[in-house]
Design a protein around this ligand. Structure first.
Ligand code: NAG
Ligand code: NAG
Ligand code: NAG
Ligand code: NAG
Length: 261
């Protein structure tokens, strides 16, 4: 069994609403370790993905191993994949198999670049990022505060000021260790996903008012799993983001969560 693994989740909602999945997964062959399968990449698919979609996906991206995931063991509201409650429990369901995983949303494209390999990124989880067990790889242009529903403060010991001071890290891609530190992050996020008032509070909406988002003065939209993950990181590690964030040019975000699903 490999100790390292890349994997991602997708659902039919994603097919329909904003992705060209084949285009993303074809970029995985840019990465030598994925191309020669020395690091396996697994795609987890939701129950709404059809046989025809899977067949087509497999034809386009044969290096991706496909696995179903199910939300049937969870409360009914998990079935609404647009509230992203399914993501952290799905991550937790595969994490015990590996020492480190690289989670990517199905929309993420990967490019080979000079001077850095996927193996290097995994290595950073044994060194620089071992103390926190998580490495975020991409920061939004906006701060956490305007893109986080006010009800979330009831669940995380984080101040509005901390949220105003920090850029929101994208939750669509990160490295996570199967270590006490990694689990400390993810376990609370699973609790949040299970709590009806956390992660997707009533009235939360992903669409932002851009000028207000820029102003950083009041909450105008909500980023579900992303808002929750950023709060958890601040709660545990504070606002010095270099403890849990360092970007990489290997990864390109293709229409991430910027005010669309
Ligand atoms: C998705 O990408 C493929 C491959 O580049 C292209 O042939 C197809 O038209 C694209 N589909 C959509 C819906 O954009
Ligand atoms: C796969 O590619 C990586 C990166 O080029 C290389 O280090 C590794 O030895 C290769 N593994 C196999 C099994 O070919
Ligand atoms: C909340 O965080 C602050 C500062 O980070 C800390 O002093 C305080 O004890 C924490 N409160 C709880 C209830 O954990
Ligand atoms: C933030 O953390 C990094 C990495 O541990 C450290 O080098 C740096 O001094 C810290 N910055 C501040 C302002 O504490």
């Amino acid at each position: 069994m490999s100790v390292k693994q890349c994997w991602f989740a997708f659902s039919n909602a994603h097919f329909v609403l904003h992705l060209n999945l084949s285009l993303s997964c074809r970029t995985y062959t840019n990465i030598p370790e994925l191309r020669n399968r020395s690091i396996p990449i697994i795609g987890l698919y939701a129950p709404d993905v059809t046989e025809a979609d899977l067949e087509n996906y497999h034809k386009n991206c044969p290096i991706v191993q496909l696995r179903p995931f199910t939300v049937s063991a969870y409360p009914n509201y998990f079935a609404d994949l647009k509230n992203y409650r399914f993501k952290f429990p799905t991550v937790a369901s595969v994490l015990p198999e590996f020492t480190t995983i690289f989670y990517v949303d199905a929309s993420i494209r990967l490019y080979s670049i000079k001077g850095e390999t996927l193996t290097d990124l995994f290595k950073s989880m044994e060194t620089e990022f071992a103390p926190t067990g998580i490495r975020m790889l991409y920061q939004s242009w906006h701060r956490n505060f305007p893109a986080t529903h006010p009800d979330m403060y009831a669940f995380f010991n984080v101040t509005e000021k901390q949220m105003k001071d920090t850029a929101q890290a994208a939750s669509g891609l990160y490295f996570l260790n199967n270590s006490p530190q990694g689990w400390a992050i993810i376990n609370k996020l699973i609790q949040c996903a299970l709590e009806p008032k956390c992660m997707a509070p009533k009235g939360a909406k992903v669409e932002c008012d851009y000028p207000m988002l820029r102003k950083n003065e009041k909450a105008v939209c909500h980023r579900f799993d992303q808002s929750a993950l950023n709060m958890r990181l601040i709660e545990v590690y504070g606002t010095n983001v270099s403890l849990y964030y360092r970007g990489s040019d290997m990864i390109q975000i293709f229409q991430l969560t910027e005010c669309s699903l």
